[in-house]
Design a binder for this molecule. Structure first.
Ligand SMILES: Nc1ncnc2c1ncn2[C@@H]1O[C@H](COP(=O)(O)OP(=O)(O)OP(=O)(O)O)[C@@H](O)[C@H]1O
Ligand SMILES: [Mg+2]
Length: 393
């Protein structure tokens, strides 16, 4: 198990700057995701950690050792790709054993007939077989050892790729969208299995995905990337509830966060599409963009008037798609079915944000901290100082 730290990584391909100074530190044994839209530089960063690509600037430290100048083979990390190639003429067992065979047996020993005549290879081959069996059991593919890759499902093939990574006992797993070729149901099952595997094996894992739900559900920490920079690095909860920028807020969460025009008026009091709220921005004035997640809007007697366009009943929840009547901004509201059932009208509803759930962003897209109006009053008019009278007077 080894921690990984990246320090000011920069990379350009010709004129295109792909990574613009990425610094991150992953704890030993952590499961960390790099998530971001296509082309933001995730694969490039992973390949730089693996040593398959060199950075123009910056350092890669694995397990406390600077490996920036080291070859991939000397970094003791294992990469698992989306389309991991298997040797079609070899069995599952031979495919998984391959890295061990290549490392422990000489070219002559690997030859099918000569190999058997060379003394000592029997024991080494038996040791390899044991290790391969152990990995296959861990991945529940031990009953498939004699099959060839063509006789496996997509999920099973991906497990063989994982097996080949596990037998190397790497200091870290680097996975590049390993599940993206699987169908939705299988991908969901494999997510759980990968997390479970990580728990048992405990190896530091860097997982690249463009699927925010995958990153959020699997990881200890998530790095959100956009255009070659890391916008935020934090736990899934921090990223969801305390996004540092409007881009992070928009990228994370499904359905997407609602963005509405707002303003910080007198004494910082926030108004949402013209409606006064209970929140105050202590350090901002003027126009703001306000973010409110669909589940953080509630039906209210007074509040923002929304014309309902479309309703999706999903069993445990109802998604109401509408438009604000002030300026037609699209809005999604996530409600409990009972709350929707009790709505006075299904054509026009009034909604208000739940206390403390409004997110405000300035013109540059950076988040502005909000506090409740009651807390703001306390800040402005501090309570009378308590004068303590000594008892013995
Ligand atoms: N070898 C290369 N030569 C030139 N440009 C490259 C090379 N590799 C990547 N790029 C460019 O660098 C940018 C980042 O690519 P990268 O593969 O890291 O993105 P990504 O975040 O993994 O995207 P995706 O989610 O689509 O896999 C892209 O614009 C890509 O076209
Ligand atoms: Mg990629």
């Amino acid at each position: 198990m080894a921690g990984i730290s990246l320090d000011g990584i920069e990379k350009a391909f010709g004129e295109t700057r792909v990574l613009k100074g990425v610094s991150l530190a992953f704890d030993p044994g952590a499961f960390v995701s790099l998530v971001g839209p296509s082309g933001c530089g995730k694969t490039t960063l992973l390949r730089i950690i693996a040593g398959l690509e060199s950075a123009d600037r910056g350092r890669v430290v694995i397990g406390g050792a600077d490996v920036t100048g080291r070859r991939a083979a000397d970094r003791a990390v294992a990469m698992v790709f989306q389309n991991d190639a298997h040797y079609p003429h070899m069995t599952v067992e031979q495919n998984i054993a391959l890295p061990l065979v290549m490392r422990r047996l000489s070219a002559m020993e690997r030859a099918p007939f000569l190999g058997r005549l060379v003394s000592g290879t029997g024991e080494r081959r038996a040791a390899i077989r044991r290790e391969v069996e152990e990995a296959a059991k861990l991945l529940s593919i031990d009953h498939l050892m004699a099959r060839r890759p063509g006789q496996l499902s997509g999920g099973q093939r991906q497990r063989v790729a994982l097996g080949r990574a596990i037998v190397r006992h790497p200091r870290a797993f680097l996975m590049d969208e390993p599940l993206s070729n699987l169908d939705a149901a299988l991908r969901h099952d494999m997510r759980r299995e990968l997390v479970d595997l990580h728990r048992r094996v405990g190896v530091t894992t860097v997982y690249v995905t463009h699927d925010q739900a995958e990153a959020m559900t699997m990881s200890d920490r998530v790095a959100v990337m956009l255009g070659g920079v890391v916008l935020q690095f934090g736990t899934p909860r921090e990223i969801y509830e305390q996004p540092s920028t409007i881009d992070v807020a928009k990228f994370i969460g499904s359905p997407r966060i609602n963005i509405l025009p707002g303003e910080a008026g007198a004494e910082g009091r926030i108004s949402l599409a013209g409606q006064a709220t209970d929140e105050v921005a202590p350090r901002a004035a003027g126009p703001l963009q306000l973010g409110i997640r669909p589940e953080h809007l509630a039906l209210a007697t007074e509040g923002l008037a929304v014309t309902v366009r479309h309703v999706e009943f999903l069993g445990a929840e109802v998604l109401v798609y509408g438009q604000t009547q002030t300026d037609g901004t699209p809005l999604i509201i996530r409600l409990d079915p009972a709350a929707w059932e009790a709505a006075p009208s299904r054509e026009t509803v009034r909604v208000a944000p739940l206390a403390g759930r409004l997110l405000a962003f300035d013109a540059g897209g950076h988040r502005v901290g909000l506090i409740s109006a009651a807390a703001a009053r306390q800040v402005q008019e501090p309570a009378q100082p308590v004068v303590r009278v000594p008892r013995y007077v």
